[in-house]
Design a protein around this ligand. Structure first.
Ligand code: C2E
Ligand code: MG
Ligand code: MG
Ligand code: MG
Length: 291
């Protein structure tokens, strides 16, 4: 494998793209062991509204391989997805996130958490029931959990996917449509999926302040979502100007390095406490994007 260093100086693993190299199989075995050994961790990234109130947190999985260093989620999630390990990874993430939500609630921090789920999960028989059982076991109300899905859930057996998502919604779990705009025929999906939130993909947000076409795409997406009664979150907001444009376009909330990168649990607790009821305050001068 090839390794390069990321901004923090930690080695980042980069695999070749073929799907069944010995390397990839090695990594799969390592991931399986890492899950059993609880070496996979969750970081949390806030979603904040324009008044500074924290709308929720998104759980993002992190794996630091003992020899290879940080393995990017996109990399090992693809491996988990194609190998059948995905349901196991998702159970682990849900279990960890719900345990954390329960601890935060005990400490008086009532913050909803979003967990990313893959199409594979949504198509696993009994998924909705297992999520409900897990919520009950942790004593966490369904309203404190959000699941982020992508349009890819509809690629295979859209009816079954819609059934599962409807069951989850009936339990009170909120659904969010992630990476919006990167899938196919998105409008159809918006009508078919029981989602309450739409997240505009970072690829449209990044150049919003300088690219008029991207700005138009974002404007139309926000208007469309609102006309369907959905909340809109913009991902990947890195600077002040983008924040202002999004506020002017009536986007509901933002997520991005301008506010905070994904943080380990203890840091997240401190971040939540420091904001308290005051909410997140936008710094007056543009910050250099945090690493
Ligand atoms: P996503 O769900 O769309 O998550 C957003 C990604 O953008 C995260 O990358 C986050 O760290 C990154 N990000 C957030 N703010 C900024 C910003 O201001 N600028 C830039 N350049 N990037 C920003 P991450 O953590 O590497 O995750 C990548 C993807 O991996 C996620 O995309 C999600 O699809 C997937 N993923 C992460 N955790 C899980 C998980 O627990 N389960 C599943 N199934 N997928 C996950
Ligand atoms: Mg997400
Ligand atoms: Mg996303
Ligand atoms: Mg994304």
């Amino acid at each position: 494998y090839q390794a390069k260093r990321d901004r923090t100086g930690v080695e980042v693993y980069e695999s070749k793209r073929d799907s069944n190299t010995p390397d990839r199989l090695g990594l799969l075995g390592d991931l399986r062991r890492a899950l059993d050994a609880q070496e996979v961790h969750l970081h949390y990234q806030p979603k904040v509204r324009f008044d500074g109130q924290v709308a929720g947190l998104e759980a993002l999985v992190r794996w630091v391989h003992p020899e290879r260093g940080k393995v990017p989620p996109d990399e090992f999630i693809a491996i988990a997805e194609s190998s059948g390990l995905m349901p196991h990874l998702t159970e682990y993430v849900l279990e960890t996130a719900l345990g954390q939500v329960a601890r935060w609630r005990e400490q008086g921090l009532f913050v909803p958490v979003a967990v990313n789920v893959s199409p594979r999960d949504v198509h696993t028989p009994g998924f909705a029931g297992s999520v409900a059982a897990r919520l009950a076991r942790h004593g966490v109300p369904a309203g404190a959990l959000q699941l982020e899905i992508t349009e890819h859930v509809l690629l295979e057996d859209p009816q079954r996917a819609a059934d599962t998502l409807n069951q989850l919604t009936a339990h009170g779990v909120k659904m969010s449509l992630d990476d919006f705009g990167t899938g196919y025929s998105s409008l159809v999906h918006l009508r078919r999926l029981p989602v309450s939130e739409l997240k505009i993909d970072r690829s449209f947000v990044a150049r919003l302040a300088v690219d008029t076409e991207d700005a138009e795409i974002v404007r139309c997406t926000v208007d469309l979502a609102h006309s369907l009664g959905l909340l809109v979150v913009a991902e990947g907001v890195e600077d002040d100007e983008t924040w202002e444009r999004l506020r002017d376009l009536r986007c509901d909330a933002v997520q991005g390095w301008l506010v905070a990168a994904a943080m380990p649990p203890d840091e997240t607790t401190a971040w939540l406490r420091a904001r308290g009821s005051r909410g997140w305050q936008r710094p007056r001068a543009a910050l250099p994007a945090a690493a």
